[in-house]
Design a protein. Structure first.
Length: 226
């Protein structure tokens, strides 16, 4: 059966990553977690006390950045490794969330990670989510989906995710964090978040998780059928 590239973009807290993972599993595709890659890069910079305004320092630290994905033998879920260490839980912390948009807008970081992502997608049969997948990373993707949701609903979802990991954060702080990230993501000079002209829009505010997964799988099967 023909395989395609599926690019899923959208705002923070729309459920892009969990949806993309489920879509990939349903179709038997490979999932590329771009958000985790930028979070891992952010953690790398935080751990090495990188001054983001120092271009030479940024470039030097990118040279020692290795991000890989490996399945957890017990849960079967894909987990993120930074330079050989499992950082799946650490990259989801608010410590990383507070800085990831600033790191993500750096031209040097984006160029390095986009190159890695494009290499992963050459064989097709991949699902990838992020903020510039349909516009920059895979502009020729056969299926592009742009996900959105109400800010308050996104914040409530993110709060539940953090609570499941034992991290208690007020709803007001999460709303502020998401609003700030929206502002940075949509106005940054390098690869800003925007809906690709040929992307299908999916508002997940009132959708159950399975419903949004099924919609994208349906979109994909239509493309494969064509």
């Amino acid at each position: 059966m023909q395989k395609i590239v599926i690019a899923i973009d959208g705002y923070s807290g729309c459920g892009k990553s969990s949806t993309a993972k489920a879509v990939a599993q349903n179709l038997g595709y490979t999932y590329i977690d771009s958000g985790a890659m930028y979070r891992a890069a952010t953690l790398h910079f935080l751990n090495n006390h990188v001054v983001l305004s120092n271009v030479k320092e940024v470039i030097k630290n990118l040279e020692s950045l290795e991000i890989t994905f490996h399945p957890n033998p017990d849960s079967g879920r894909q987990e993120t490794y930074l330079n050989g260490l499992n950082v799946e839980d650490e990259i989801r912390s608010m410590r990383v969330s507070d800085y990831v948009s600033e790191v993500s807008k750096l031209k040097e970081v984006r160029h390095e990670l986009v190159a890695q992502q494009q290499k992963m997608g050459k064989k097709k049969g991949v699902v990838m989510d992020g903020r510039d997948i349909g516009t920059v990373v895979f502009p020729s993707a056969e299926l592009k989906v742009f996900m959105s949701a109400d800010l308050n609903i996104r914040a409530e979802r993110r709060q539940r995710e953090l609570l499941e990991r034992g991290e208690l954060v007020t709803l007001d702080k999460i709303i502020q964090n998401l609003a700030e990230r929206d502002q940075v993501d949509t106005t940054r000079k390098e690869s800003p978040l925007r809906k690709a002209d040929d992307a299908l829009e999916l508002d997940t505010s009132l959708l159950e998780f399975d419903d949004q997964v099924n919609k994208i799988v349906s979109f994909a099967k239509e493309k494969i059928g064509n």
